[in-house]
Design a protein around this ligand. Sequence first.
Ligand code: SAH
Length: 455
Amino acid sequence: MLIGIGLGPGNADLLTLAAVKALRESKKVYVPGKMAAELVAHYAKAEILDFPMIQDEAELSKLWGNNARIVADEAREGIVSFAVIGDPNFFSTFSHLRRTIEENHPDIDIITVPGVSSITAQAARTNVSIEGSFIVSDGSPIRTKIILKTKNPEKTKKELTKEGFDEFIYAERLFLENEKVTFDVPQKGDYFSMLVARRSKSMQTSQLRGKLYIVGIGPGAIEHLTRKAENALIESEYIIGNGTYLDQIAPVIKNSKIIRSGMGGEIERAKKAVELGKDHVVSLISGGDANVYGMAGLVLEVAEKAGSMDIEVIPGVTALSAAASLLGAPLVNDFAVISLSDLLTPNEIIERRLNSAAEADFAIVIYNPKSRSRRHNFAEAIEIIRKYRCDDTPVGIVKSAAREGETVIATTLGRIMEYNDLIDMSTIVLIGNSESRLWDNRIITPRGYQRKYDY
Ligand code: SAH
C-alpha cells in the first residue's frame, strides 16, 4: 500500500498525529526534497526521490515512470509513504506520482493522510478570515468546485451541470463515525456535508488542449441566445467580443474574463481568440450567426495558419430570420442573399450578382446595406433591382431587430428611398419577387416597437 502523507506547512508542531502514526508504520518513506526529509527525520529515515524541473516532456515522463516503478515495487511488499509539505492532494507532487502509479501499476492501493495546507495555514498568519466563497488559483482553468453548506445538493448539482461540471461526489461526516462518501447525490444535505463537483477526465483533456467556440449570439435580445451558446459562454475562461455584443450577452456571463475590443479590429480579435484558444476555453462572439458574414470565416483562416486546434462554431439566429419573423415575411420562394459590404467583395462583383439575382427573379435579402467604405452603394443597388422589378414589389426594412430602437417598415420598391436615411449598418432589407404578396400585417408582438406598414 502507498500512503500520501501531508506534513503541513513545514513546522514540526503542525504535523498531525495521523501523519506521525503513518510515518512510523511505514517500512519505507520517500520524500520529494530536503525540507520534507528533515521534518520526517524524528519518526523515520526518508529517502529523497528526485523530481528535477526539466522541460523535455519525453525525458520527464521517463523519469516519472522510473520513480513510480521504484515506489510501486516497494508498495507491493508493505506500507510505503510518500510525504510532502502541505497536503498531498492540493497542487502536490504526490498527485502526479499517484496518477502515474494508477496508470502503470493499478494493483497498488493508495490512500492519503491530510496535512495542514498552505491554503488554510496562511489565514493564521495573514489574519484574513474567509467567511464567504473564495478562489485558490494557479492560473489554470477551474475544474473543481467544493460547495459547503449544501442544504439541497441535488439542486446544486443540476445548476453546476449547466456550468460543465459532470462528476459529483457527496461527502458527509468525513473522518467521523457514519462517514458517507458517495456518487449518489441526495436531495437533502447533512450539516457536516459538502459536494465536490468536477469536470471529468475527457473534459479536462479538452480543457488542457484548449477549445475555441465561435458563438453566434443572435440578433439582440438575450432570449434568442441558444442553450448551446449559453453553455459555451458559461464554460469559457475568456470571452472575446466588441462592446455591443458583450453588453448583449451580459446577463449570462459568470466568471469568464472579458476581452473587449472596439468595432472593427476583427483581425486582431480573431488572432487573439486563436492564440488563447490553444490552451484555454475561449468564446469569440459574433452577432447573429457566426457563419453569415460573421467571425467564423476569418477565425478559421487565422487558425489554419496557426496549426491544429479544437474549434466549434455554434450557430445563432441570423438577422434574416429575426427580420422575416418581425415582418411576417416567410421566405417561401427562392431568395438570394447579398452583402453590400465591399470590404471583402469588389463592387463590380456585387453589381453583377445583384443584376443576376434580380433578373432571375430571386427575392433579395440585403445584409450590410450601408457599408463602412462606400456610402452610396445602397442607392445604386436599388437602381439595379428596379431595372427588373415593378414599383409595387413588396419591400421590408428591419432596423435593430430584437434590439433597442427596433424598427420595422413594410413598404414597396417604388417608395424604399423615402427611408434611405433610416437605413444604417444595423438594418437588413428584404425585397420581394414576382411571387411575393405584400408582407403580412397581421403579425403582432407584445413588445412595443416602431412598426409601419406603408404600401
Ligand atoms: N452575422 C450576422 C450578420 C453580420 S453582417 C448575422 O447573422 O445576423 C452585419 C449586417 O447584419 C448588418 O449590416 C445588418 O444588415 C445585419 N444585422 C445584424 N444584426 C441585425 C439586427 N439586429 N437587425 C437588423 N439587421 C441586422
